[in-house]
Write a protein that binds this ligand. Structure first.
Ligand code: VGL
Ligand code: ZN
Length: 193
């Protein structure tokens, strides 16, 4: 068992309507992780850990959109329903919401990119980071890799993430890459009673 501590950070990555079935960039079965994610959030909340929710939060002319030279359909456009958190996601009152990818000319897959997250964690004495959410092969991966670069002890909860899988094994490769960089891939049962 791993017990959450006040010096743990939990990053809930991009659990938004557009990344779930029915959305414009739906992760297959993306909504199926929400129950386990909610239980993890409640555990972290009880322990007084630092809970962060990232949001992909793009202007309508974002460079990642096909019409502007990118590879993705429009998704998570600021203030549209698709950018909202999934309605089933538990939002802790103590949670911190961080928006990323807000500038038309810059991509930001990682929750640390342009959000001040490293400073927030430093101020709160965070030394371990747990990552859950969407999508394993993009924003979860880059968030975990950045956490490792900043030298946090980094955990990805394998059954609390889900990938886009443009190629079928992209999520597996992402988790392997995180392990190769020194990250730990765990199961929710190690966190939950
Ligand atoms: C994401 C593709 C484009 C993600 C964001 O949250 O993983 N993927 N923008
Ligand atoms: Zn995006």
């Amino acid at each position: 068992m791993i017990d959450f501590q006040p010096t743990d950070g939990l990053i809930v990555v991009d659990i938004q309507r557009d990344f779930c079935p029915g959305g414009t960039l739906a992760v297959p079965q993306g909504d199926e992780i929400i129950d386990v994610v909610n239980r993890i959030i409640k555990k972290a909340e009880e322990a007084g850990s630092v809970i962060v929710y990232t949001r992909d939060w793009h202007p309508e002319n974002h460079l990642s959109f096909k019409a502007y030279g990118g590879i993705w359909p429009p998704h998570c456009v600021q203030w549209t329903p698709g950018a909202e958190f999934h309605p089933q996601l538990y939002l802790s009152e103590k949670g911190i919401i961080l928006d990323k990818g807000t500038h038309p000319e810059f991509e930001a897959y990682s929750g640390f990119q342009g959000t001040g997250l490293h400073q927030i964690f430093k101020d709160r004495g965070v030394n371990r980071v747990f990552v859950v959410g969407l999508a394993t092969d993009y924003c979860v991966k880059e968030t975990a890799v950045d956490a490792l670069r900043y030298r946090y002890e980094t955990f990805v909860v394998a059954d609390a993430v889900k990938g886009v899988n443009v190629n079928p094994d992209d999520s597996q490769k992402a988790l392997q890459h995180i392990k190769d960089m020194g990250g730990k891939v765990i199961l929710s049962q190690e966190l939950l009673p």
